[in-house]
Design a protein around this ligand. Structure first.
Ligand SMILES: [Zn+2]
Length: 122
């Protein structure tokens, strides 16, 4: 199967397919037959994901930045659901969300661009 990194939809491989049939993305899909298991600590993974999140957020092109962030968040979500036993999320946005849920008042930050949460496919 091909996995669209923009929307998370899996489709049958088809060499004639140019765009994701679900979201229209022209990004290169991931081949799910090439999934692998790696050994890494949650903290190491958080570092990598947060650096990617920060990099995606830093693009001066807002539309491109938001697309890149959705890709990072989609990947983080797919990893997160495999490890629901972890005490915290993989992204700065998830940490921020947890803080906001527990603190009264406004929390402002200038670390990442904030976007609406990505919608996972059914
Ligand atoms: Zn898609």
């Amino acid at each position: 199967m091909w996995l669209c990194l923009d929307c998370g939809k899996e489709t049958e491989p088809n060499e004639e397919l140019i765009y994701c049939p679900n979201c229209g993305s022209d990004g290169v899909p991931a081949d799910t037959s090439k999934r692998l298991n790696i050994s890494i600590t949650w903290h190491e993974l958080r570092c990598i994901v947060m650096w990617a999140e920060r990099w995606a957020s830093s693009s001066s092109d807002k539309k491109n930045s938001e697309r890149l962030l959705r890709v990072v968040y989609g990947i983080a979500d797919r990893i997160q659901v495999q490890h629901l036993d972890q005490e915290c999320g993989l992204t700065f946005a998830s940490e921020l969300s947890e803080l906001r849920a527990h603190i009264t008042g406004t929390i402002e930050q200038n670390v990442i661009r904030e976007i609406d949460p990505p919608k996972l496919p059914d």
